[in-house]
Design a protein around this ligand. Structure first.
Ligand code: FAD
Length: 466
């Protein structure tokens, strides 16, 4: 009997334990389900849909070489997997594990059904270096602080990546009805805003491996300095490849070698932050919608003008009554603060923003505009090609001060000081804001000093209320 390999956030044929086990078992059919209906599953944003389209195209080519057909289906995953399994008479189901609560509920339901139906189900660890339920503090709980978390996780020996399976394990029977990728309409049309994304990125595992090799041979040696400089190619730009599982964290980890320079160790710990975000998400499924520190439920956000219990707090953060317009200015990169605006324009045009600038832009939204971090998180969710349901909210909560092991609220980035320090020759700003320094460039929409003082006052009030 053939088996089904259900692809999810692991769009690769190398270092794919589920695919490897399925082909070792005999003939295999690959399945990808676009599930926008199961309860609690967050639908992809626009930039992510663009990436997914191209990633599935690349995956199909790689699977073709192995003779494994890829079936695309849209719908609630539980129904689709059941139907497909029955239609091809599969004897087994293979997948790599995912870590969101809604996704795990779906998977558990399918596993129970398959068990009752006498099917064999195997799941594997592939997307994270650690299993969130296996790594616990001495008292058995979740880690809330990064350093001890990473010390524990990185002390493990991570398995070597698996090779691409040999060709010749494909399924040659009749395939059930399935969707054409085009019918999912993942690509933008009117308007088609994806030109800048296509210019910068080539989705798919082959391009991911190439970028990894180039980075390890080049930028890695200077990463400890280079990672902070948006005006250089100082970071790896591997985030979307890791997000979609075109590269596995095991591949990246081992590509760093065993004898590590300071830069390589810092880089490895960035992979650790990715793990830590997923650790938090696993233990806090509402990471994108609830403050990890509940006292932040009382924070008087200027906009939206209600707090957690629905009462209005408009006006509590003076001078911000026009927040929706300020939110738009932030999204469109016309706040008058060049570091923020350059970042937002880079994001809009390429689907990616440098980490340093993400921190500056996020801090500006939350602390200088007084706008709720969730609105920024949603914007990033829609515009980032690497948006994932763990790293995006965890980092927003880090910036807002409401998260685990977060940057304290009172540490407020000054976008001007950040610009002088990290874009000293103004190359980054000049690239993204050609009109900078001309009358066409917008005036500053807020006063940094006043808004900073207001934010600190609001924070103080939040802490004083019991
Ligand atoms: P590198 O510096 O080369 O780092 C290597 C890899 O480590 C990255 O590819 C990424 O997988 C991981 N990594 C590095 N920093 C972090 C971090 N702080 N948190 C989690 N993983 C990290 N990253 C995402 O992958 N998806 C997101 O949705 C996302 N949203 C963010 C939102 C905000 C407000 C902020 C401040 C950061 C966010 N990040 C997110 C983290 C970080 O900005 C990106 O991972 C990084 O910029 C990607 O570029 P790179 O691959 O060149 O990173």
């Amino acid at each position: 009997k053939p088996s089904i390999v259900w692809f999810r956030d692991d769009l690769r044929v190398a270092d794919n334990p589920a695919l490897r086990a399925a082909v070792d078992d005999g003939a295999a059919v690959a399945l990808y389900v676009l599930d926008e209906e199961s309860p609690g599953i967050r639908p992809h944003g626009g930039a992510a849909r663009w990436w997914l389209h191209h990633s599935l195209t690349a995956l199909r080519e790689d699977l073709d070489k192995l003779g494994v057909p890829l079936l695309l289906r849209r719908g609630p995953a539980a129904d689709v997997v059941r139907e497909t399994t029955t239609a091809i008479g599969a004897g087994g189901l293979y997948w790599n594990r995912r870590y969101g609560s809604a996704e795990r509920t779906v998977d558990a339901g399918i596993k129970a059904w398959a068990g009752d139906a006498g099917l064999h189900v195997s799941s594997f660890q592939a997307s994270l270096l650690h299993e969130p339920w296996e790594v616990t503090t001495k008292t058995g709980g979740q880690y809330k602080v990064f350093t001890p978390f990473w010390r524990t996780v990185s002390a493990q020996d991570f398995r070597a990546p698996l090779a691409v399976p040999e060709a010749g394990h494909g399924f040659s029977g009749k395939l059930p009805a399935h969707d054409h990728l085009e019918s999912w309409q993942l690509l933008p049309t009117t308007p088609d805003w994806s030109g800048g994304l296509a210019e910068l990125w080539t989705p798919g595992a082959a391009a991911g491996h190439k970028r990894l090799a180039t980075f390890v041979a080049g930028g890695l040696s200077n990463y400890s300095e280079g990672r902070n400089r948006p005006d250089t190619d100082g970071s790896s730009c591997l985030s979307p490849y890791l997000r979609w599982g075109e590269l596995s964290p095991f591949e990246v980890w081992h590509a760093l070698g065993s004898k590590r320079s300071e830069s390589a160790s810092i880089y490895a710990s960035e992979l650790g932050w990715r793990e830590f975000c997923w650790h938090q998400y696993f233990h806090n499924p509402s990471l994108a919608t609830a403050n990890l520190r509940p006292e932040f439920d009382r924070f008087p956000w200027a906009w939206p003008g209600t707090n957690h219990n629905g009462s209005s707090n408009n006006g509590k953060h003076p001078g911000h009554e026009s927040a929706p317009e300020e939110l738009r200015a932030w999204q469109q990169g016309r706040t008058g603060f060049p570091m923020v605006d350059a970042g937002q324009r880079q994001l809009w045009q390429t689907g990616w923003m440098h980490n340093r600038v993400r921190m500056v832009a996020a801090s500006f939204l939350v602390k200088n505009l007084g706008i709720h971090w969730q609105l920024g998180e949603q914007w990033f969710w829609d515009t980032l090609v690497d948006a994932d349901p763990a790293s995006n909210p965890a980092n927003w909560q880090w910036v807002a001060g409401s998260g685990a092991d977060a940057s304290p609220f009172f540490r407020i980035f000054n976008p001007e000081a950040q610009r002088v320090k990290f874009d000293p020759q103004g190359k980054y700003v000049a690239h993204w804001i050609p009109e900078f320094g001309t009358p066409d460039y917008p005036e500053e929409i807020v006063d940094l000093k006043t808004t900073r003082a207001e934010a600190l006052e609001a924070y103080k009030e939040m802490r004083e209320v019991h």
